[in-house]
Ligand binder design. Structure first.
Ligand code: NAP
Length: 468
C-alpha cells in the first residue's frame, strides 16, 4: 500500500510515496534513539522551548503553502485550513512559553529530610495520527513532548502524505535536530513491530475505535504507556431557557465545520420540547443554505468529505438508519459529480434499536432528538458508548454547570459548541479513549515523575527502614 493523496474535490490523484523498507525503518529508529540519548534530552527545557518558538514562526511564515496542502489532500475549506495552521503555531508557542513552569520539580512535604519529584522524559515515542486535522493532530502530540525532552516517530494517515512531510519539514527547519521528529510511511504490520521495539517508550493514537483497540492492544502487550484519542458522538443539549438563535448558530458551526469530520463535532442534538420546533426550523434552514463548491474558493461553505470511501461509508450509514425507521428532515443524499459531497443532513425519529442510535456519524449528518425535560436530556446524552465532549445551552449558567457535571464526558462547553485552545485539556472517557492532550495535562502524559528523596546525617539515625 502506498501513501496516496487524492484531491476529494476533483478526484485527481496527487503525489504518492512508497512505504518504508524495514531497513529504512531501522535507520529511523536508530536516528531517533541516538538523538534522544546524545542530544535532545541533554538540552535544557529553555533551549528546547526556544526551538519550539522558532518552529511556530516557520508555520506562520508558511501559512499559505501549508494550508493549501491540507485543502488539496483532504478537502477542508481553505479558511479552515489557514485557521488550523495558525492554531498549530499557537500550540508550539504555548509550550515554548509554559513548558519550563510545567516541568519544575515539585517539593513534597515529608516528616524528615526532603523529597521532590522531577519530570524526566521517557525517550522515543510513537504516534499514529488521523487525516481530519493534518497538522493540529500532530502538534498536540509533538509540541508538549518535544518540550519535555522526548523525541518522536509518527505514522500519519495514508491519504495526506504531503501534509505529513510538510509538518516534518517545518519542525526540522525550525531547528529540531535530525531524529527529533521523524515521519514514517509504514504499513500496519510495521506498526506492530515499532510498538514492540524496546527503543519505543510510549504510544499515542488519535483515530477510530478500531485502530485504537489494535494499537492499545499492541502497546499493552509490550507494557508501553499509551494515550488514546478516539471517536465521539457529542450531545448538544438545548434547554427550554436557551437563547435559541445562539444555539442554532453554534449548532451549524459545531456540526458542519470540517464537513462534520471532527471527533468533537456536535453530533446528537437533544432539545427540550418547548424550543424544539423553533430550533429544528432554524437549524434546517441554516444547514440547507450551506453551499458545496471548490474548497479553495473562499465563498464555499460546505467542503467535500476527505475521500470517496468516507462518503460511501456515510451514505450507507444514513441509508441503514432510515431503513431502521429514522426520518430525513433534510439532505440524506450524496451530491452528484466528481467531488465527494454529502448534502447537509438532519435525521430524527431515531430510537433505541436503530443502529444509528449509538453510532458516530463522521460527516455532515446531525441526529435530532426532542426531549421533555432536563432529566431526559441528561439521560439521553449519557446513553452513548462515547464520552468525548458536549455542549449545554441555557441562560442560567449555574444550571448549565449543574447539567455539565452530570454529563459523562471529558469536556463540556456551556453556550458554545465544543472548541479547542492550547490551554484547554482535550480528551475523553468511555470508548472515546483515555489520556489528555494540550494544556499542562498534555505534557504530563509521557513523563517519568522521578522521586528524589534525601535524608541528612542528622535524620539518618532516626530513620526506620520501610520497604514497598
Ligand atoms: P482511523 O482509520 O482509525 O485512522 C487513524 C490512523 O490510524 C491512521 O494513521 C490510520 O492509518 C491508522 N490506522 C487505522 N487502522 C489501524 C490499525 N488497525 N492499526 C494501526 N493503525 C491503524 O481513523 P480516521 O478515519 O482517520 O479518523 C476518524 C476517527 O478518528 C473518528 O472516529 C474520529 O472521531 C477519531 N478522531 C478522534 C480525535 C480525538 O482527539 N479524540 C481526533 C480526531 C479524530 P491509515 O491512514 O494508513 O489507514
Amino acid at each position: 500500500m502506498a501513501y496516496q493523496g487524492v484531491n476529494p474535490y476533483s478526484g485527481e490523484k496527487l503525489q504518492s510515496f512508497p512505504e518504508l523498507t524495514d531497513a529504512a525503518l531501522e535507520q529511523a529508529l536508530l536516528r531517533a534513539d541516538s538523538c534522544y540519548r546524545s542530544d535532545w534530552r541533554r538540552r535544557t527545557v529553555q533551549q528546547r522551548a526556544a526551538i519550539l518558538g522558532r518552529v511556530a514562526a516557520v508555520f506562520r511564515e508558511r501559512k499559505e503553502e501549508l494550508a493549501r496542502l491540507i485543502t488539496l489532500e483532504m478537502g477542508k475549506l481553505i479558511g479552515e485550513s489557514r485557521w488550523e495552521v495558525g492554531l498549530t503555531a499557537d500550540i508550539f508557542d504555548y509550550y515554548a512559553r509554559h513548558a519550563a513552569a510545567f516541568l519544575e520539580p515539585r517539593a513534597i512535604e515529608v516528616a524528615s529530610g526532603s523529597a521532590q519529584v522531577e519530570s524526566e522524559p521517557l525517550g522515543v515515542l510513537f504516534g499514529v495520527e488521523p487525516w481530519n486535522f493534518p497538522y493540529y493532530q500532530l502538534v498536540r502530540f509533538a509540541a508538549p513532548n518535544l518540550a519535555a525532552g522526548n523525541v518522536m516517530l509518527v505514522k500519519h494517515a495514508s491519504i495526506i502524505p504531503q501534509c505529513a512531510l510538510g509538518f516534518e519539514k517545518a519542525v526540522r527547519d525550525g531547528g529540531v535536530p535530525e531524529g527529533g521528529y521523524g515521519n514514517l510511511f509504514v504499513s500496519k504490520k510495521q506498526i506492530e513491530a515499532i510498538i514492540a521495539d524496546p527503543r519505543i517508550r510510549g504510544v499515542a493514537l488519535t483515530g477510530s475505535e478500531e485502530a485504537g483497540r489494535s494499537v492499545a492492544r499492541a502497546a499493552g502487550a509490550a507494557l508501553k504507556k499509551s494515550t488514546m484519542e478516539l471517536g465521539g458522538s457529542d450531545a448538544f443539549v438545548v434547554l427550554e431557557d436557551a437563547d435559541v438563535a445562539l444555539a442554532v448558530k453554534m449548532a451549524v458551526s459545531g456540526r458542519f465545520n470540517n464537513s462534520g469530520q471532527s471527533c468533537v463535532a456536535a453530533k446528537r442534538f437533544i432539545v427540550a420540547q418547548p424550543v424544539a420546533k423553533a430550533f429544528l426550523e432554524g437549524f434546517t434552514k441554516a444547514a440547507s443554505a450551506l453551499t458545496p463548491g471548490d474548497p479553495l474558493d473562499g465563498r464555499t461553505t460546505l467542503a467535500p468529505l476527505s475521500s470517496r470511501d468516507a462518503l460511501d461509508r456515510l451514505v450507507q450509514q444514513v441509508d441503514k438508519a432510515v431503513a431502521a425507521g429514522a426520518r430525513v428532515v433534510c439532505g440524506g443524499k450524496r451530491l452528484e459529480g466528481p467531488g465527494t459531497f454529502m448534502s447537509p443532513t438532519i435525521l430524527t425519529d431515531i430510537h433505541p434499536g436503530n443502529p444509528a442510535f449509538h453510532q458516530e456519524f463522521f460527516g455532515p449528518v446531525a441526529l435530532f432528538f426532542p426531549v421533555k425535560d432536563e432529566a431526559e436530556a441528561i439521560a439521553l446524552a449519557n446513553d452513548s458508548p462515547y464520552g468525548l465532549g458536549g455542549s449545554v445551552f441555557t441562560r442560567d449558567l449555574e444550571r448549565g454547570k449543574r447539567v455539565a457535571r452530570q454529563i459523562e464526558t471529558g469536556m463540556v462547553f456551556i453556550n458554545q459548541a465544543t472548541s479547542t485552545a492550547p490551554e484547554l485539556p482535550f480528551g475523553g472517557v468511555k470508548n472515546s479513549g483515555y489520556g489528555r492532550e494540550l494544556s499542562e495535562f498534555g505534557i504530563q502524559e509521557f513523563i517519568n515523575r522521578k522521586l528524589i528523596r534525601m535524608i541528612g546525617d542528622a535524620e539518618k539515625s532516626k530513620q526506620e527502614h520501610v520497604g514497598g
